[in-house]
Design a binder for this molecule. Sequence first.
Ligand code: MBD
Ligand code: FE
Length: 308
Amino acid sequence: MSVKTMQTQEVKELLEKVAGLNQAAGNDRIKTIVHRVMHDVFQIIEDLDITPEEFWSAVYYINDLGKNGEAALLAPGLGMDKYLDIRMDAEDAQAGLAGGTPRTIEGPLYVAGAPLCDGFARMDDGTQAGDIMLLTGVVTDEQGNPLAGATVDVWHADLKGAYSYFDQSQSEYNLRRRIKTDALGRYVAQSIIPSGYGCPPEGSTQALLNQLGRHGQRPAHIHFFISAPGHKHLTTQINLAGDEYTYDDFAFATRDELVVDARPVARSAAGERHGVTGPVTEVEFNIKLVSTDSKDQQEMHKRQRALA
Ligand code: MBD
Ligand code: FE
């Protein structure tokens, strides 16, 4: 069967009514979007000759996806977060705001309101005996001038690849801290080297990835929001070098400039300034922010985020 009905007056009128285009009430922007989305869905059904069985399996897939709370997990898996980044990079270039440390996706596992510390934070609650991570760096402007009082909001997974709050077995705000940079723009954190993340094996996201012949793994990584007055807000992550998935991230967050070595050292100067003595695994991530007067650019974009 390969019937063509999209060009008929009946379908055209149906789409207009579906999107409320013949109604005065409602929101014009939403109408425009829904009209386009439903048009394109109908067009896909026609072009790919989608069967009723395929259609209904998609409908109930979305039901399960929502029940499992995985919509914001499937999104990066399908490259949507990465695509928004590609657009924001292009917008920045157009506005003359390119440069600095590159952005990469936020992911679905941020929790607002982590403890705020001055210069140094101990991030782990001491319950997991992982490799001690000494995470350190300097926040500067594009000219390399240190930015004192910048906020470095850091979050990462535990040894199971799980995040506190979403993993109720962890203590509140475990592996989540906000650190204010010191007078020299430096931040230091003591934590544990995170493990990579894997999508829930029985979840909806992994079910679709299986159909695509794809895995649902992320390399060991550490998330950052960095902000300072007069500078563009930065959402980014580092991926640890040497992980099987460093360059094969199901969420497409890897960028060459954001791959960082985890180096075992006998002692860390940055750590010793804060009483962390002995061997640690040092992870250094220096951050360059782009200056801007735009208050809008200085803040992270709005999206639904958890608050513990
Ligand atoms: C993560 O930890 C993550 O960062 C992303 C983008 C998706 C799933 C889990
Ligand atoms: Fe993550």
